[in-house]
Structures are given as C-alpha cells and as structure tokens.
Write a protein that binds this ligand. Structure first.
Ligand code: AMP
Length: 149
C-alpha cells in the first residue's frame, strides 16, 4: 500500500462536514501527511439559459468567490490552525466532479468528506456528493457520518 502523504478534505463549510475535518486532521497527524482543504462553489446559473446579463453574472460570481475565500480562511483558522501542514483551494463547478479533479491534480492518497452536507436530509443514508464520490472515485474515500444525522 502506498503511504498516505496527501489527504484531500472537501467541505461545504456546513456543520455536517466538521466531524470529517476532525478525522482528516487526525489522520494527517498520524500519517505525517499534508492536508488539502477544498471548497467548491456550485455554479448557480446555467450561463446558456440564464436571463441574467453576463456582466451582472460575472459580478455576482466574483462576490460569491470573495465570500468563499473569506469563509475558507475562517474555516482553516477555526478548525485546522497549525495542527498540520495545510493548503486550501476554492474552485467553481460541480462539487463531486471538482473534488475528483482536485484529487487527481494533487495525487491524493485519501479523500475525506462528510456523509452529509448542507441539505442534511435525515432520511437519506448519504448525501448526493458523497454518494457520487464513493461510486466514482478510484482513490479511497472516507465518509464520516455527521453528528445527529
Ligand atoms: P452531500 O453529499 O452534498 O450531502 O455532502 C457530503 C459531503 O461532501 C459534505 O459533508 C462535504 O464534506 C462534501 N461537500 C459537499 N458539497 C461540497 C462543496 N460544495 N464543496 C466541497 N465539499 C463539498
């Protein structure tokens, strides 16, 4: 087995994704691995069908991006700090696709995610991003059950 040198942890900044963060940090400490934290801004408008002016859309996207970078900074400060060597990234797209892309780009040895994200959905065993990742990833995926779900 290849040693775990790089762990990719993906977060939508929801409370549901926090237990997975604790595991990602703990495992990175145990393995002496580097942690990469990823947030994906879901595309909020289909550019071809949208009636919003392209300039307005570009401004909106920029604002969302700025807020996401701020949230990422706060998240890393509050939940990771200096516990492990860590990088962060914010990208735009379909969460499961971007997480897979990023895992390839950094040659992640392990992907860590929550079993649920923002939507929670108690009756669903795992959320849709989690399910798609587990089904499609060729790399190991660790899903951590969210508290109370
Ligand atoms: P879901 O399957 O959407 O309920 O979310 C399950 C987990 O996937 C979350 O706890 C996060 O770890 C991860 N995730 C969901 N959405 C995103 C996103 N937009 N960016 C990064 N990670 C995400």
């Amino acid at each position: 087995m290849k040693p775990i040198q790089t762990i990719l942890y993906a977060t939508d900044f929801s409370d549901s994704s926090l237990p997975a963060c604790e595991y990602a940090v703990y495992l990175a400490q145990l393995a002496g691995a580097r942690l990469q934290v990823l947030h994906v801004i879901g595309e909020f408008a289909d550019k071809r069908k949208s009636r919003i002016q392209p300039e307005t859309l570009a401004l909106l996207e920029r604002e969302v991006e700025i807020q996401a970078f701020k949230s990422m900074e706060e998240f890393c400060h509050d939940h990771i700090g200096t516990t492990v060597p860590c990088d962060s990234e914010v990208v735009m797209g379909l969460p499961f696709q971007e997480i897979l892309k990023q895992a390839e780009a950094i040659d992640a040895d392990l992907i860590v995610i929550g079993s649920h994200g923002r939507t929670g959905l108690e009756h669903v065993l795992v959320g849709s991003t989690a399910e798609r990742l587990v089904r499609r990833s060729v790399r190991p995926v660790l899903t951590i059950r969210s508290r109370g779900v």
